[in-house]
Design a protein around this ligand. Sequence first.
Ligand SMILES: *[C@@H]1O[C@H](CO)[C@@H](O)[C@H](O)[C@H]1NC(C)=O
Ligand SMILES: *[C@@H]1O[C@H](CO)[C@@H](O)[C@H](O)[C@H]1NC(C)=O
Ligand SMILES: *[C@@H]1O[C@H](CO)[C@@H](O)[C@H](O)[C@H]1NC(C)=O
Ligand SMILES: *[C@@H]1O[C@H](CO)[C@@H](O)[C@H](O)[C@H]1NC(C)=O
Ligand SMILES: *[C@@H]1O[C@H](CO)[C@@H](O)[C@H](O)[C@H]1NC(C)=O
Ligand SMILES: *[C@@H]1O[C@H](CO)[C@@H](O)[C@H](O)[C@H]1NC(C)=O
Ligand SMILES: *[C@@H]1O[C@H](CO)[C@@H](O)[C@H](O)[C@H]1NC(C)=O
Ligand SMILES: *[C@@H]1O[C@H](CO)[C@@H](O)[C@H](O)[C@H]1NC(C)=O
Ligand SMILES: *[C@@H]1O[C@H](CO)[C@@H](O)[C@H](O)[C@H]1NC(C)=O
Ligand SMILES: *[C@@H]1O[C@H](CO)[C@@H](O)[C@H](O)[C@H]1NC(C)=O
Ligand SMILES: *[C@@H]1O[C@H](CO)[C@@H](O)[C@H](O)[C@H]1NC(C)=O
Length: 723
Amino acid sequence: MKTSISVSLALSLGSWLGLVNAYWRMTCSVAQTGRVDPILSPGSVSGHVHLLSGATNVNTTSDYDTLSVASCTTCSVQKDLSAYWTPLMYYQFANGSLTPVPNDGTVVYYLGRGVDVANAIPFPKGLKMVSGDSTVRSYDNTTMTYGNSTYPSRPVADRVSFVCIDYTNETPQTTFLNNTDCPDGLRAQIQFQSCWDGVNLYKSDQSHVAYLSQIDNGACPPTHPYLMPHLFFEIYYFPNSMDTSDGGQFVFSNGDTTGYGFHGDFMDGWDNDVLTEAVAQCLVNDTDGVISECAPLEASQDDYYANNCPERPALVDEQVKGILSKLPGCNNVTSGPEAAPQGICSTEPSLITPEDTDGETRVKPTINSTTVTMSSGSTATYYGCYIDETSGRALSGASTTNSTGMTTALCGAYCQNKGYSVFGTEYSDECYCGSSISASYATNETGCAMACIGNLTEYCGGSARLSVWLISGNETDSSTSSGPTVANSTYISCYSDGTSGRTLTTRTTDSSMTLAECASIAQTSNYKYFGLEYSDECWVGNTLASTGTTLAEGKCDMTCAGNTSEICGGSNALSLFQNKLYEQPGNPSTVNITGKSAQFGYLGCYTEGTSGRALGGSSSYSTTSSSMTVELCVAACYARGYDYAGVEYSDECYCNNIGITNGATTASSGCSMICDGNVAEYCGGSNRVNVYELKNSTSASRLARREQQHSRRFMLSHWFGLS
Ligand SMILES: *[C@@H]1O[C@H](CO)[C@@H](O)[C@H](O)[C@H]1NC(C)=O
Ligand SMILES: *[C@@H]1O[C@H](CO)[C@@H](O)[C@H](O)[C@H]1NC(C)=O
Ligand SMILES: *[C@@H]1O[C@H](CO)[C@@H](O)[C@H](O)[C@H]1NC(C)=O
Ligand SMILES: *[C@@H]1O[C@H](CO)[C@@H](O)[C@H](O)[C@H]1NC(C)=O
Ligand SMILES: *[C@@H]1O[C@H](CO)[C@@H](O)[C@H](O)[C@H]1NC(C)=O
Ligand SMILES: *[C@@H]1O[C@H](CO)[C@@H](O)[C@H](O)[C@H]1NC(C)=O
Ligand SMILES: *[C@@H]1O[C@H](CO)[C@@H](O)[C@H](O)[C@H]1NC(C)=O
Ligand SMILES: *[C@@H]1O[C@H](CO)[C@@H](O)[C@H](O)[C@H]1NC(C)=O
Ligand SMILES: *[C@@H]1O[C@H](CO)[C@@H](O)[C@H](O)[C@H]1NC(C)=O
Ligand SMILES: *[C@@H]1O[C@H](CO)[C@@H](O)[C@H](O)[C@H]1NC(C)=O
Ligand SMILES: *[C@@H]1O[C@H](CO)[C@@H](O)[C@H](O)[C@H]1NC(C)=O
């Protein structure tokens, strides 16, 4: 599981700090876990394990200068390359072995506190300080902060506190580790000295700094007149995620089961100009603590710091995670009340110098790199940031993850090999392939801000966000190899429509449109082509308008209204198919009347007249049928004694004895509607009729047919399905 800082946990701050003035809050994931402490143990292995946040390059020799060249910080504001650390909490099983308690990183607060807050100064460049005492195991009620009659003092021991979080029951804050049955997490908290002597950046007895008279408020002592931001850490642990049924105990890495020995360290690495601006503008003003409301900080806020600046490999050659037989270092587990001085080991593990991944200055990824060349030599072009859904992927083809090496090119090569032309990277290390992506998933770039785990200068999407790319030159290849498949149909390509005329003639809209439904419409009506557009439209036709043209597959990016795993075109774009069952329709040149020697011959396509039907006249007849065919119409007319028969508008049939009375012959293209009862025949068109004429007709034969017809009227009405 990836580190994700739960900001919601940080919102209960006000309960303890009483008076909430302006402040800002940065969430910080883990930069390093190990016996590293560049303040108290520079150049060597620290006495106990720390959880370090901030500058990614923090190591045993860090100072302001080296921190400030770090390529990134695990805190949200990238211009703050400070380091922040505290002892790590473990669970000690009843049998003595230990394992770290899961934590969610550190939340660092910069609070505007103290009566003189309006005159607060930024941390002097290079300041270092430690708050708390690792050796204590009891509450010291005698060592007090500075105070006088106006500004009362307070036990310094109050700098440490714990909150066992239970959102349903308010729990008291304690200065020691008391209740660890915390449904919503345990917060270990440490407050820092806010008053500076104006001279020293560090003194090992911490006398260069002093607490406010009330620690989190009040006045600075006259010896330390410079008020700085009030620094406060919250570290979120999840003791309830441990199985504690064996009756073990929680203990900090310094051997402290009481919590009194909890402490925090700060080493400044700020871009001093940014800190100066932030202190001036936001320590008085930003009452929400939100970085985005503090312009100097927002400028370098990275929503994906936790992923874009991952925890570095261990710097000390020893195990500090997993199941341990003892606390790293020489730390006996003690519960006080007497102090427990830091144990010194006779031998220490060696320091290791992991591959300096930090040497290359990290470049903020930019979406302006819109093309990437893949190993195949093909080029991928950036297409945009898209929303992905865990149920029903936006790119539903093959997928892969590479938690160490994912890059745009790697994902592109993977998808190209699988025959896909569209790919997307997500959550820094995931890769998804597809043939197209629905425009409905398009979003702004904000969510695609995670660097690729394998190339920190490239973006690889975000949480539920895909950085989508198109492989150039492969748009149409892939469509045939991996395009959508529909039975008895051949996918042609994504095809333009609508911008300068319709590509296909006839539209059916259905809110549950699928590829199969449109195919069925085309097959039923014997259309040569069908195309889906805009999710819910099915267009059919027998010719493709010359205004249409092949488009890049990516333009067909909308899922079908009735099946989100299928693509149904896009805006002005058809997912175009050819119907393999299509039969070229025609006009039968002769129609024989079943059981008779009579035969009708085709006359041609005629327009209906403006003042009457083409087959008009006083004794004309007409009917309609949802199963109309040329044969049916001709037989019906013949049965009624008519010599002329005409089919129109797919389902209409007209009869008369006098032939064309109105209208005129016209181009056969006007009579291109398929008969409702036979997809291989034309039945006229709109105001266009295909006319057939009885060969060798005589008036006697017509009369005879009418006589017969009369007795069959009832039957005929059934036969035609007339209502
Ligand atoms: C600590 O980090 C700095 C900056 O990356 C580097 O120059 C220095 O060599 C490192 N020290 C050790 C002991 O690795
Ligand atoms: C400090 O604590 C001790 C032991 O609990 C108690 O006897 C003493 O009165 C306390 N002193 C003050 C100043 O509160
Ligand atoms: C310590 O925790 C227990 C519950 O485990 C609670 O009853 C008690 O009030 C707590 N003590 C303090 C001082 O908060
Ligand atoms: C109390 O301390 C503050 C801050 O140092 C100082 O300004 C003030 O004069 C002091 N008041 C008294 C009564 O000593
Ligand atoms: C830790 O405990 C062992 C055994 O009880 C003892 O010999 C050793 O001195 C202790 N170390 C410290 C630093 O207290
Ligand atoms: C990136 O593109 C934007 C918009 O086209 C432009 O304003 C910006 O200057 C570009 N940045 C770089 C680093 O090229
Ligand atoms: C991840 O990518 C790297 C760099 O391309 C490669 O060396 C490694 O084999 C990949 N790992 C997996 C599991 O595919
Ligand atoms: C298209 O992709 C295939 C793999 O599916 C690859 O073999 C071919 O070279 C690619 N064509 C181009 C022009 O990139
Ligand atoms: C980008 O989209 C997010 C929601 O995904 C929204 O909160 C944000 O305001 C958008 N940003 C811009 C610049 O449109
Ligand atoms: C990282 O990505 C950038 C931008 O796409 C590219 O120029 C660079 O060559 C890549 N680096 C590596 C090692 O692949
Ligand atoms: C494809 O067409 C053939 C011939 O009309 C038909 O037998 C078959 O059922 C059709 N297949 C599907 C899946 O519709």
